[in-house]
Design a binder for this molecule. Structure first.
Ligand code: OGA
Ligand code: MN
Length: 227
């Protein structure tokens, strides 16, 4: 996907420099990895919520969407909790994600319409095999319309032996071109259709948020909701 780029306009010079950096990375290479990206209060708010959540709040993650949803422990073993804005930290996260959405729409003309995201917990041994978050396809046929994927990590003091890296692949290559450590505050953003990726088995509890921006896939007057 070739992205257009809009130069800075006088009326929007309030854009967060971080969001502008992400826009530039996406335009130049289709992905962006930024350490310590999350504002400290946002990262700490989400982290303390995660620490306070019990295992029972998470559900095993499935493969596929609504009607063809299945559990497949050979593909993924993470546990998830959708973010709905129940807490102040969740509200702050949704607001921050929305500001990123607006900047990316202004700079890259992506037409991002909605955002869905969930907490993910990978217990020791859990992984998520190589996959893409969306399939290229005709509008209306593509079950997700996910355009952009976002992942944020909440793991202080993550060590190399803890594993759990995110490996990013180019479509036609067997070796990853990038390996991301799931360190506290790191943010990854990438084009959902273009970059296969994989979560390597973690050796300790691994916490993240994964989210997706979607374009609208309305049928007639019906708006297609996320998830
Ligand atoms: C996903 C995903 C990556 C990660 O949930 O689709 O690829 O590093 N997550 O948690
Ligand atoms: Mn993914």
């Amino acid at each position: 996907m070739q992205l257009a780029f809009s130069p800075q306009h006088g009326d929007h010079d309030g854009d967060d420099p971080l969001f502008l950096q992400i826009a530039q990375d996406l335009r130049e290479q289709g992905w962006s990895v930024i350490p310590n990206a999350l504002p400290v209060t946002l990262a700490e708010g989400l982290h303390s919520q995660i620490l306070g959540m019990g295992e029972e709040q998470f559900s095993p993650a499935g493969v596929g969407r609504s009607t063809d949803f299945t559990l497949n422990p050979f593909v993924r073993r993470d546990e998830i909790l959708w973010i709905e804005g129940r807490t102040q930290a969740e509200k702050d996260w949704l607001q921050w994600s929305n500001r990123l959405r607006l900047t990316l729409n202004r700079r890259l003309f992506l037409g991002l319409f909605s955002f869905e995201s969930h907490f993910a917990h990978y217990p020791p041994g859990a992984f998520y095999r190589k996959h893409v978050d969306a399939f290229r396809g005709n509008p209306g046929k593509d079950p997700t319309n996910r355009v952009l994927s976002v992942v944020a990590y909440f793991n202080p003091g993550w060590l190399p032996e803890d594993g759990g890296e995110l490996d990013m692949y180019r479509e036609d290559e067997l070796e990853p071109f990038l390996r991301v450590t799931p360190a506290f505050g790191t943010l990854v953003v990438f084009l959902s259709e273009e970059l296969p990726h994989e979560v390597r088995a973690a050796n300790r509890h691994r916490y993240s948020i994964a989210g997706w921006y979607r374009v609208n896939n309305s049928l007639g007057s019906q708006i297609d909701p996320p998830r």
